[in-house]
Design a protein around this ligand. Structure first.
Ligand code: SIN
Length: 302
């Protein structure tokens, strides 16, 4: 058989993705929609993918219910949106899948199996890099019988409702983002954070981003600061920067901007880090919680 015939046979044998019938249900409140009936273990058709993509831009967060997917399927679906980022804490990568960060409070043989205090402060994932994240996908593996919620704040709304004086004060300003902003504090508060090697520190040098960014796909403006990673506003005195950031942080997380996600078994939540900040609501120490996270790289904020 000629090489080109063999190739044609292989291509013919590759399964053709089939359209799926699924429902999109917007969640009440300022963020999010549920997707019911879509199976992410199957490859999506171009039309199904386009519908999911559009819903993600409209609602900023999608809850895919009941996803029985493997880590590789989680990675494959995430990759359809862009390049995946590898978290600096390699200690908590899933074995053989460095694209997955384990978020968990479980300790085995005296060692944490994942990052137990991930999301203790409001943040946008990996905003401390030159190319911060487009979005993250968190897949429930093991859930506590109480607690363990994740909260999301809509930063487009936060920007739209910013008091005029505050909006004027931050117009055109840029702010410093640092992975180390709360790292020392987190080390004092718990036992989850390893001492970083020189190599790890070199990967997380401070960066500067606009305080207000324009979403590259939906064109809307959003506040882009968070208590987790933003340390100061450039070109204003230190005390003014501190006061401005405190006002911005408090305004961002007003109750009317927030969606609280109460996890159900096998949920996969995909949020837009350009539109939202998020916070782990906390899990009682005696209850186990484990989730797998992939993080998609975005582009330079403007
Ligand atoms: C995170 O910040 O990525 C984790 C959030 C959570 O554990 O709920």
């Amino acid at each position: 058989m000629s090489q080109s015939n063999a190739l044609r046979r292989e291509v013919d044998a590759a399964p053709v993705p089939q359209a799926q019938s699924f429902e999109l249900r917007p969640l009440p409140g300022p963020v999010g929609a549920e997707i019911i009936g879509l199976d992410l273990s199957r490859e999506l058709t171009a039309a199904d993918f386009a519908r999911v993509h559009e819903a993600h831009l409209d609602h900023h967060l999608l809850v895919f219910r009941d996803q029985r997917i493997t880590p590789q399927q989680h990675i494959d679906f995430s990759r359809r949106f862009g390049r995946l980022m590898i978290h600096v804490l390699h200690q908590f990568h899933l074995a053989d899948h460095p694209e997955i960060l384990i978020v968990s409070n479980i300790v085995e043989d005296g060692k944490p199996i994942g990052l137990g205090d991930a999301g203790k402060y409001w943040h946008s994932d990996i905003s401390y890099k030159e190319l911060p994240s487009l979005g993250s996908l968190l897949h429930a593996q093991e859930l506590p019988s109480e607690g363990g919620d994740t909260l999301f704040a809509n930063m487009h709304l936060a920007y739209d409702t910013l008091p005029a004086a505050l909006r004027h004060a931050v117009e055109g300003k840029r702010a410093v983002h640092s992975y180390l902003a709360q790292y020392g504090q987190l080390q004092k508060e718990g036992n989850w954070r390893p001492t970083l090697s020189a190599q790890q520190i070199a990967q997380v040098q401070e960066v500067v981003h606009p305080v207000v960014r324009t979403h590259p796909e939906n064109g809307r403006r959003a506040l882009f600061v968070s208590e987790g990673f933003t340390t100061r506003i450039q070109d204003v005195p230190e005390d003014e920067s501190r006061a401005l950031l405190a006002e911005l942080f408090a305004h961002s997380v007003r109750a009317e901007h927030i969606y609280r996600h109460r996890w159900q078994p096998h949920d996969l939540v995909f949020w837009d880090n350009r539109s939202l900040i998020h916070l782990a609501g906390g899990t009682p120490d005696h209850l186990r919680r484990k989730l797998y996270r992939t993080t998609i790289e975005g582009d330079t904020p403007f």
